[in-house]
Design a protein around this ligand. Structure first.
Ligand SMILES: NC(=O)c1ccc[n+]([C@@H]2O[C@H](COP(=O)([O-])OP(=O)(O)OC[C@H]3O[C@@H](n4cnc5c(N)ncnc54)[C@H](OP(=O)(O)O)[C@@H]3O)[C@@H](O)[C@H]2O)c1
Length: 293
């Protein structure tokens, strides 16, 4: 298969590039923002026509959730228009597009986990622009997979795990939001899932295109996630002392963007269709040594 990756220096983009390099019979073109700005339609078309991918994986996005509230135009350019250009280019050359989306397309009021068919109602510019991207991709490319994920962390890029360890090194006490719940997801697991789906497509297996959820289990609050991060780091001798953690409510930590209080994703559909299991984030955290660099 011939795979074109965008946003290759992001958390998921890096993992994708690393994981793809491990397999055989793959031609991979991994492009960062400087090599391909996905908001430039001419550049997108030129890259796709030249490389002739069979699979495009879009790992590029504007992921700064709070900044997006001010950078509305930029958010829509990157999260809606860019994916649309990539999807259109994929359609034109007969390729499939695998596009990543987010739990923040949901309002967060549901009791229980969100299924792929649940009604979306994003509460932020980031969530709205990502939902617009999902719709645009589905409209223009027949062979599309939209993988919604959540709370991504890994060795590369910025994430909650690194932020906690950085803050923990300089603070004796931290207050963490305890009334927002979701599934931390290891970037490598997202990459592996996308590659598995890409392989199925490349083997001409009959697959159901559309939306899939993939995130981690068990579902936790940010506070519980932080507790586990520090406990694991302490156990492994990465830190000598754990800061005192206090669970606070969302109102005590006001942010420009509103987050869903429940963004727990149900992952049964991807398990049934592709035998891909929910991300085992606690096991992934045990590799925490790599996160401190
Ligand atoms: N992070 C999370 O917790 C989370 C949660 C749910 C869903 N997701 C989704 O998962 C996907 C991957 O997220 P991630 O955490 O890997 O994001 P990330 O680390 O922020 O990486 C995004 C990458 O996209 C690049 N990019 C931004 N604008 C671009 C443009 N115009 N053209 C080309 N590349 C551009 C960025 O480059 P620069 O650094 O140079 O800007 C960055 O390398 C995204 O679709 C995101 O919405 C993430």
């Amino acid at each position: 298969m011939r795979v074109l990756i965008t946003g290759c220096y992001g958390q998921v983009g890096c993992s994708l590039t690393e994981q793809l390099a491990k397999g055989a019979n793959r031609e991979v073109l991994a492009l960062d923002r400087d090599s391909l700005d996905i908001t430039n339609q001419e550049a997108v078309n030129a890259a796709v026509i030249e490389f002739k991918p069979t699979i495009i994986i879009n790992a590029a996005a504007h992921t700064a959730v709070d900044k997006a509230e001010e950078e509305v135009e930029l958010s829509y350019a990157i999260n809606r228009d860019g994916p649309k250009y990539l999807a259109q280019a994929a359609q034109d050359v007969g390729a499939a597009i695998l596009h990543i989306s987010t739990d923040y397309v949901f309002e967060g009021n549901k009791v229980g986990e969100y299924d792929e068919s649940d009604i979306t109602n994003p509460q932020s510019v980031y969530g709205s622009s990502k939902l617009a991207g999902e719709i645009a991709v589905a409209e223009v490319c027949d062979k599309h997979i939209i993988l919604r994920t959540a709370w991504v962390f890994g060795e590369n890029g910025n994430n909650f795990v690194k932020t906690m360890l950085r803050l923990g090194a300089t603070h004796n006490a931290l207050s963490i939001v305890g009334d927002q719940f979701g599934g931390p997801t290891y970037a490598v697991d997202i990459a592996k899932a996308l590659i598995q789906i890409a392989e199925r497509i490349s083997q001409n297996d009959k697959i159901e295109y559309g939306i899939y959820h993939l995130s981690g289990l068990p579902h936790v609050s940010w506070y519980e996630f932080a507790e586990t991060i520090f406990d694991t780091a302490l156990e492994k001798g990465i830190i000598k002392k754990k800061p005192n953690l206090t669970s606070i409510i969302t109102e005590q930590y006001p942010t420009p963007a509103k987050r869903p209080s429940n963004s727990c994703l149900n992952t049964d559909k991807i398990t049934n269709a592709f035998s891909i299991e929910a991300s085992d984030w606690k096991t992934a955290l045990n590799k925490i040594q790599a996160y401190t660099g």
